[in-house]
Design a protein around this ligand. Structure first.
Ligand code: ATP
Ligand code: MG
Length: 569
């Protein structure tokens, strides 16, 4: 592509609401433009990247034996009523009406439509297994669309649905998708991890997410350094400490702690580690009473784990301060488990502390040297905290590290949920009618593009991995308008490289070299060739990889071989 013919400009000013790097860079480099909240147009430069991602996904889905198809975005409400999701889905489901007052949804996902196809088309186990997929727009009326295309309302998903005669077949089909996803993200040259989305489920493989690792990721992932255990932090078990509780050594003492509001302030005032200070949180119980949750001061409550406890309201609700004061006679900031008049759960790690510090349940006072059993009854032990780096892995091997990730894909064994609701059956070998077993498998295609930028950028712009780059090569002539030699050499190179299969961004604009370099770097073109008078004298061109700090030179005659050797994927 000749940049002189490309009419679109880069953005100099990034809108204030673009608060993560990928969103800023996608706007600055002109990959996308916002139409409305959570709705984006893909401009030519961005669409090239999107198509690259799609092509890799399509190739690997086809390689795995899946069949591509295309379903309508708008779906009749009746199907959603049949599955029960018309009621269940909530406000993320965009409901619309046609001129005849018939109800429809704009598809947030396509289980209903594909199951409708399956119940019409699949009659016998002999047609199984089968996997259908599409690459298509979805709409979810997200409560907080943000981060550009990362969490949009309209976005492109690759969604696949597999159908099987039995559990063993579903397992095989699921594994095929696992392997396809691993190949897809490997080919995109992204750093990723497959994590358990629900390790509690039987076998632990009912659902897995693929995450691209990036500090800006919305999800925290715990993974073991000893084996391939990886789980969403909200689901990762925190094991009880291996070492038993030490014997009491200190005497229980009431200490004044005026103006202390936080664990950090308490720890610094008393000169103890935050891990030795307990924090006591009061939540609403399942049947109206209050329940206390006690954690080490350096640990964080895990709401999902806590709300699963017997007697605790789900979803978890913190009790109102007035109610705590009224019913427990204590104020937030000075709460503690000693003499507290309600049910108390303590995290396993809080339960193994000795000589700890906790609120005294009276204003401006804490207790030090407190010990379970000796000073208060042992609380009920439970896992109610987020795992932290250094915890033993729940898999039994290695310790946990915590990283942040962006969910780009999801594998899910659906079982008979939709086939039973919609009556999608086939005849088995014995001639019996059986509801189909299903799996579903999504990839956020537009999100992958943003995730790739989160992982690959610097202060100057995007650094595309070769397989996703909108162009392979930025061809930057110096003084093209003045030098016939530069023009001839550049035009020849442009033609040769293009003929050899390279996608070349030819910066033939009448602009200063600095402007051209800056744009090529902002666009993230992986390979840059500079054509200048000086190099031409010696029959050489200047090359720099987008990640490299220094340029190198190569012989003009060898341009194609040189670039082929440097291109990856
Ligand atoms: P999330 O937890 O991020 O909302 P989800 O669990 O709702 O994701 P799925 O229903 O599994 O997502 O959809 C499959 C894939 O579609 C996700 O893994 C993600 O990559 C992508 N996706 C989901 N919601 C959005 C969105 N609002 N914008 C862009 N991509 C999305
Ligand atoms: Mg969601």
């Amino acid at each position: 592509m000749r940049l002189s013919a490309y009419p679109l400009q880069n953005l100099k000013e990034v809108p204030a609401d673009a608060d993560i790097v990928s969103h800023q860079l996608m706007l600055r480099a002109g990959l996308v433009r916002r139409l409305a909240a959570g709705m984006y147009s893909w401009l030519p430069m961005g669409l090239r990247v999107l198509r690259k991602a799609e092509a890799i996904i399509r190739e690997e889905m086809n390689r795995a034996g899946a069949f591509e198809m295309l379903m309508p975005t708008i779906q009749p409400a009746e199907l959603w009523q049949e599955s029960g999701r018309w009621e269940q889905f909530g406000p993320e489901l965009l409901r619309i009406k046609d001129r005849h007052d018939r109800s429809y949804v704009y598809g947030p996902t396509h289980e209903e439509v594909i199951t409708d196809i399956a119940r019409r088309e699949l009659k016998s186990y002999r047609q199984l297994p089968v996997n259908f997929y599409q690459i298509q727009l979805k709409f979810r009326d997200e409560i907080r669309p943000r981060f550009g295309v990362m969490r949009a309302r309209e976005f492109i998903m690759k969604d696949a649905y597999s159908f099987h005669a039995d559990e063993a077949g579903l397992e095989v089909g699921y594994q095929l998708m696992y392997e396809a996803y691993s190949r897809i993200f490997t080919r995109m040259q992204l750093k990723f991890r497959a994590v358990l989305a629900d390790p509690g489920a039987i076998g632990g493989t009912g659902s897995q997410e693929f995450h691209v690792l990036a500090d800006s990721g919305e999800d925290a992932i715990a993974f073991s350094d000893g084996d391939d255990y990886a789980a969403n932090l909200e689901k990762a078990a925190a094991l009880p400490p291996a070492a038993p509780r030490a014997a009491p050594a200190a005497a229980k003492t009431l200490v004044p702690t005026p103006h202390v509001r936080t664990i950090a302030e308490l720890a610094s005032l008393l000169k103890v580690a935050p891990s030795l200070c307990l924090k006591t949180l009061i939540v609403e119980g399942a049947t109206g009473e209050l329940v206390a949750l006690v954690l080490r001061g350096d640990h964080e409550l895990n709401a999902l784990k806590a709300q699963a406890l017997e007697g605790v309201a789900s979803p978890l609700r913190m009790a109102a301060p007035e109610r705590i004061a009224r019913e427990l006679g204590a104020g937030i900031g000075f709460l503690g488990p000693v003499g507290l008049g309600c049910r108390i759960y303590a995290d396993h790690s809080a339960l193994t502390l000795a000589d700890f510090v906790c609120g005294a349940n009276e204003r401006d006072a804490h207790l030090t040297g407190v010990n379970w059993v000796r000073d208060l009854p042992e609380a009920e032990g439970a896992d109610i905290r987020n795992a932290v780096a250094g915890d033993p892995s729940p898999s039994g091997k290695g310790t946990l590290a915590i990283v942040r990730g962006i969910e780009v894909g999801h594998l899910f064994k659906l079982g008979r949920k939709y086939s039973a609701a919609l009556g999608a059956t086939v005849l088995d070998e014995a001639g019996q009618s059986q509801a189909l077993l299903m799996g579903c498998y999504g990839i956020g295609v537009t999100r992958v593009v943003a995730a790739a930028i989160e992982q690959n950028h610097d202060e100057r712009g995007i650094i595309w991995p070769d397989p996703l780059a909108p162009f392979d090569v930025a061809l930057v002539p110096i003084n093209l308008q003045k030098s016939a030699r530069v023009r001839d050499a550049s035009e020849r190179l442009y033609a040769e490289l293009t003929a050899a299969g390279f996608e070349v961004l030819f910066d033939d604009r009448d602009a200063r070299p600095g402007v051209k370099f800056a744009d090529a770097e902002l666009y993230g073109i992986p390979h840059r060739i500079v054509v200048g008078e000086r190099g031409l004298d010696a029959g050489r061109l200047e090359y720099r990889h987008r990640r490299a700090a220094e340029s190198e030179e190569f012989a003009i005659a060898d341009a194609i071989g040189f670039l082929k050797a440097r291109r990856t994927g």
